[in-house]
Design a protein. Structure first.
Length: 456
């Protein structure tokens, strides 16, 4: 389930008037807009707010944009952000301090639609001028520039005096408008379409107060605004539970895979077969010099037929010098991948045709981090930090790879580990036929777990 798409769908249904049913007894939005217009005129006459040059005069006839993007239900009206706001004001250019009279909210303090007010810095500000910039619950602030341009945050739960920085714009709506509904609109797909069309700037896009005020907004009756917000919150709460459940399940899947690998190298994943050739006999045949450190006769924790030897007794290493890529001019159009053993794994593709490693399958090993990867396709390598490992015939390379995936060995010093330490690690070796059964079982279990994760 794609919860992000579902969340967006809920918001879009809300502003289209399709999230909750309409009530013919609700006061129409056109009447609401007329009351707001009258209130705005009163405040202008009293000198409490200034008349905007962009202020539209509303009437009983709903205001429609020039090109109506979609039809709204009866009782709704099209208007602008400016028509429902009593102020749209930029923030202050003040320095952040560790102490001060007021909290100073910045763009960077708004993360994932949340603010940790404990980490918001302070500032000092002229007490005679601060009234215009004090934040109140119900205010909405916008990022007007940068990578987060257009992102908004609804102020709520303020416990101390706060103002806002200059890269934010604050919108205060009239009391006849529910801020939670307006915030909902500011997260809708239609809002973002308008932002993308109207944002300006060559280096980085920005939205100014004029642009913000001119945005078209579909406005429901006040009572319906309340119903929409309640229903939206109910759905989003449910989605949050689903997302948390997904996160918990992903953690459980990761832990399950880890447990499966642990069971595998301890002989507890598949049953033993008494007819299998003991691993000690296998090792004597493929590498007579192998130092068998213990077998099941002396190590009762091992299943019967298993043995333990040093990793270097079943693995040979090769320096990567002949396979290091010469040019870092990578392109996805080129055929040969360039590898590292870490998380990035494939760092690019090269067109070089010489020095391609093709003795496959093999294991690549980062000599400094002890990261490792099983590789079954031709490749080149990034640097000499990598060793290329070949497993002796008779020992399954996938089994050795899963053991190495469970065994990191990194100390405090920057050094190469294979020869000095890693190759000396003890690896439990099952009979070859049991190795194959282990690999088959892991593939089956991991395939099921991957399908579950893909369908979350």
């Amino acid at each position: 389930m794609d919860t992000k798409k579902l969340r967006q769908k809920i918001l879009d249904l809300a502003i289209h008037g399709k999230l909750v049913p309409q009530d013919p007894n609700d006061e129409p939005a056109s009447v609401l807009l007329e009351r707001i217009r009258a209130e705005k005129e009163r405040l202008i006459k009293e000198g409490k707010i200034k008349r905007s040059r962009k202020t539209a005069i509303t009437s009983d006839t709903p205001h429609y944009p020039q090109d109506v993007p979609f039809e709204v239900p009866e009782g709704w009206a099209w208007t602008t952000v400016n028509n429902i706001s009593n102020s749209i004001i930029y923030g202050v250019s003040e320095s952040a301090k560790s102490e001060g009279k007021y909290k100073l909210l910045r763009i960077t303090d708004i993360q994932n639609n949340k603010v940790d007010w404990e980490t918001v810095p302070f500032t000092d500000f002229d007490d005679d001028k601060v009234a215009s910039y004090i934040l109140y619950d119900g205010d909405i602030v916008f990022a007007r520039t940068g990578a987060t341009v257009g992102k908004s945050y609804l102020i709520k739960g303020l416990s101390q005096k706060a103002i806002y920085a200059s890269y934010l714009i604050r919108v205060q709506t009239f009391d006849l408008i529910l801020p939670e509904y307006v915030k909902l609109f500011f997260e809708s797909g239609y809002y973002w379409e308008q932002i993308e069309l109207t944002s300006v700037g060559i280096g980085q896009p920005n939205v100014n107060g004029t642009i913000l005020g001119s945005l078209n907004i579909p406005l429901p009756p006040f009572a319906e605004q309340k119903r929409i917000v309640i229903e939206k919150d109910r759905w989003l709460s449910l989605l949050e539970q689903i997302e948390q459940g997904k996160a918990n399940l992903q953690i459980a899947i990761k832990q399950t895979k880890s447990k499966i690998l642990d069971l595998a190298i301890h002989g507890k994943l598949v049953p033993q077969d008494p007819n299998d050739e003991p691993a000690s006999e296998l090792l004597k045949r493929i590498n007579p010099k192998a130092q068998i450190t213990c077998d099941n006769e002396h190590y009762p924790q091992l299943p019967k037929g298993w043995t333990i030897c040093r990793l270097g007794d079943v693995v040979k290493y090769e320096q990567p010098t002949a396979y290091i890529v010469q040019s870092t001019a990578y392109s996805d159009a080129y055929p040969i991948p360039v590898l590292t053993a870490g998380k990035s794994f494939i760092i690019g593709h090269t067109k070089e045709t010489e020095g391609i490693y093709n003795r496959l399958p093999c294991i690549i090993f980062d000599d400094f981090t002890t990261d490792s990867r099983l590789v079954d396709f031709p490749f080149k390598v990034k640097s000499s930090a990598m060793k290329i490992l070949q497993v002796h015939y008779g020992v399954e390379v996938e089994y050795v790879s899963l053991f190495m995936s469970r065994t990191r060995l990194v100390g405090d010093t920057h050094k190469r580990y294979w020869i000095s330490e890693y190759s000396k690690l003890e690896i439990p070796i099952p009979p070859q036929e049991e190795q194959k059964r282990i690999i088959g079982k892991i593939r089956l279990l991991f395939e099921v777990l991957d399908v579950i994760e893909e369908n979350l």
